[in-house]
Design a protein around this ligand. Sequence first.
Ligand SMILES: Nc1ncnc2c1ncn2[C@@H]1O[C@H](COP(=O)(O)OP(=O)(O)O)[C@@H](O)[C@H]1O
Ligand SMILES: [Mg+2]
Length: 486
Amino acid sequence: MSLPELARLHTDLDADDVAWLQLLQADWQIIADLSFADLVLWLPDRGGTGFWAGGQMRPTTGPTAYVDDIVGSFAPTGRRPFVDQAYTEGRLVREGDPEWRDDVPVRNETIPVRRAGRVIAVVGRHTNLLGVRTPSRLELSYLQTAADLTQMIAAGHFPSVGQRSDHADSPRVGDGFVRVDEAGVVVYASPNALSAFRRLGLSGDLTGVVLSDLTRDLVPPRQRPDEETLSAVLGGRAHRDTELATSTVALIVRSIPLRPHGDRIGALVLVRDVSDLRRRDRELVTKDATIREIHHRVKNNLQTVAALLRLQARRMDSADAKSALEEAVRRVGSIALVHETLSQAVEENVDFDEIADRLGAMVTDVGSSSDGVGVRVRREGSFGVISSESATALAMVLTELVQNAVEHGKPSVTGIVVRAERDAERLHVQVEDDGAGLPEAFALDESTSLGLTIVGTLVESELGGRLRLGPGADGGTKAEFDVELV
Ligand SMILES: Nc1ncnc2c1ncn2[C@@H]1O[C@H](COP(=O)(O)OP(=O)(O)O)[C@@H](O)[C@H]1O
Ligand SMILES: [Mg+2]
């Protein structure tokens, strides 16, 4: 069950309280990692009889103390006295002796979560002591920073409002950890953070260096954030992330100012090398651009073919030959239209409504040599997004059907409706005119003319449907088929 649901069902927490706790949860992986400990969020029951576990986070830097999921479980008052105590007394509580849980010694601490002066929840911190070694510099720095952050939670200074990081690539503690003092000077840098800055071009040590000055030296102005962001994030003055890059290295930097007792004493700065990720992004972008460029060229080539056919049509004396070539021009043109749309698309899918509308206009265009002048084509419903493979076939089919309505609906045809109805698996398409109607004794199966043969073949082999042709509602003709959406 989610935190907001649990809160609504069992507690008196209001929407602002829940938002605060969610903001806390957005960043508490950092605290779990710095503490080498599991965190559990306890929500006070509405009736005051105990606490509900509203969230849980395991450390990625050490062993867990909680193998089981406990979210949604209830701890009546008295079962976890440290939670009760932190809540009622509003202070951090730490027990003296470890608790033994399944042969694992666990140290329990509890932190009141304060918002707007009130304690709204309690965070339990549970350290599996089997994972604790003699502390190194790294571990001491982690633990000190975790202590600062938990002080801030208890004092209502953490999380900071409006600074949630939803970055999927947001750095974690293990990616690179730097602690700076209130002047922005590095006090401690983890080996991973040091290597990240070494890759950026640092030759000496990171300790003792002003992080924002160093960044200005190493990163060309074009590839670093504006001066304000840079000094705010790398100086540890703002709770925010930013990205830096050279031609070969890209880093995401995330800073959390520390003010355990109110005044800022420095900041925690996390660094992650995302060079590989960014390189892959760039490759994808170029690949997309290449595909779009190819569609563009195919479109140009098809338009050239259409122009050649049109030239040839003009030189024909026979009316039959002329109209045959003009029909070919339209067929080629309808495919060109799909490629043109694909050349502007972000993905290999197209919003087909625009194509359908332009096809209708193309067939009835006053300037074209077709005889659709005065006939209106109207679309009802939406085709939605169609894969590029189906789009070309569908465009050709529609061109033929609209063309037939114009051509064979004469002399009475005035309007053509292209109807699209879509559900999850299929697209149902109708082309209906108010024209002369099908000739008597017309049989689709026996028709050997090119247009309907093309339509029938494409509908069956490319679109997974079957063409039907019959009288329309207003006496004209209705063609319909389904398209299988994959
Ligand atoms: N909308 C329509 N209204 C009336 N007749 C149609 C319609 N669509 C198709 N037909 C009939 O089906 C025949 C076959 O069409 P088609 O295969 O496209 O060949 P063509 O258009 O070259 O005649 C047409 O000649 C016409 O008699
Ligand atoms: Mg035809």
